[in-house]
Design a protein around this ligand. Structure first.
Ligand code: NAD
Length: 259
């Protein structure tokens, strides 16, 4: 049976664990070649090996610090060679930031902006000139529900993820106007059970199950999300099934934003 992204060539950042790992696995399972890029090279190599054991020669690993302009340029050239092109970019790498405006020092604010927003700027800027040669293309940028609805104690994260939201629309409109046949959309998950929640655990002094239950109480569907809830959304946006969707934001939030 044909996969939903058969023949695509995808580049996924932050693919060593959590959502990036689930997204890379899902894209490979559905027929895409995938370059898994992460600052944590050892871990991303072992994820690629796991994928290749199931889907031979689909996955490749690269070390990439998404805050480095030079590394972005080099990685995209390498990825184009490894896969024979790039037509899907998933800007997923990111870090949390759980402090209020008064508690956040300027260096921390700038670092969250660099990892969560500047990285998306760099990825889009340098991937588009390559991707336009392998269209149709799709860029999926990972924002957060926090990019649409602010939390009181996430000053830097709210700001960074709101930036990803509008940047995605800017990219979508530019690519449409240039007739590149590249779409760009943002996704906005709420709490998903990945290692990123470990920071919250460290701050709150509760067990993981207790934290998950506490977070679940804030979600109308009564649970936190699973990585595949996000991976299936990315699969749809990466595939040609979504060929008329660009400049959109998709909320994966169990109903939080409906309240
Ligand atoms: N899990 C959630 O609840 C949730 C909710 C909304 C949005 N998000 C967003 O989803 C994305 C993935 O989150 P996750 O839950 O999988 O987090 P995670 O912490 O489990 O994984 C993040 C990955 O990004 C990598 N990374 C961090 N800094 C990097 C850098 N400078 N260069 C390259 N790679 C880097 C890490 O090594 C790690 O593999 C993030 O952008 C996050 O903000 C997560």
């Amino acid at each position: 049976m044909a996969g939903r992204v058969d023949g695509k060539m995808s580049f996924v950042t932050g693919a060593a664990q959590g959502l990036g790992e689930a997204i890379a696995y899902m894209l490979a399972k559905e027929g895409s070649k995938v370059v898994l890029a992460d600052i944590n090279y050892d871990k991303v190599v072992s994820v690629s090996e796991r994928i290749n054991n199931e889907f031979p020669e689909q996955a490749f690993s690269l070390k990439l610090d998404v805050t480095s302009e030079d590394q972005w340029k080099e990685s995209l050239i390498k990825a184009e060679k490894l896969m024979g092109g790039i037509n899907v970019l998933v800007n997923n790498a990111g870090i949390g930031g759980g402090t209020t405006i008064e508690d956040t020092d300027y260096e921390t604010f700038q670092n969250v902006m660099k990892v969560d927003t500047d990285s998306v700027f760099l990825g889009c800027k340098y991937a588009i000139p390559i991707m336009k040669n392998y269209s149709p293309g799709s860029i999926v940028n990972t924002s957060s529900i926090a990019g649409l609805i602010a939390g009181h104690n996430m000053a830097s994260y709210n700001t960074a993820k709101a930036g990803v939201w509008m940047l995605s629309k800017s990219v979508a409109l530019h690519c449409a106007r240039q007739a590149y046949n590249i779409r760009c959309n943002s996704i906005h998950p709420t709490f998903i059970n990945t290692p990123i929640l470990d920071n919250m655990l460290n701050r709150s002094n509760v067990e993981r199950d207790e934290l998950l239950m506490k977070l679940a109480r804030q979600v109308p569907l009564g649970k936190v999300g699973e990585p595949n809830d996000v991976a299936y959304t990315v699969l749809f946006l990466a595939s040609d099934e979504s060929k008329f969707i660009t400049g959109s934001e998709i909320k994966i939030d169990g109903g939080i934003s409906a309240m």
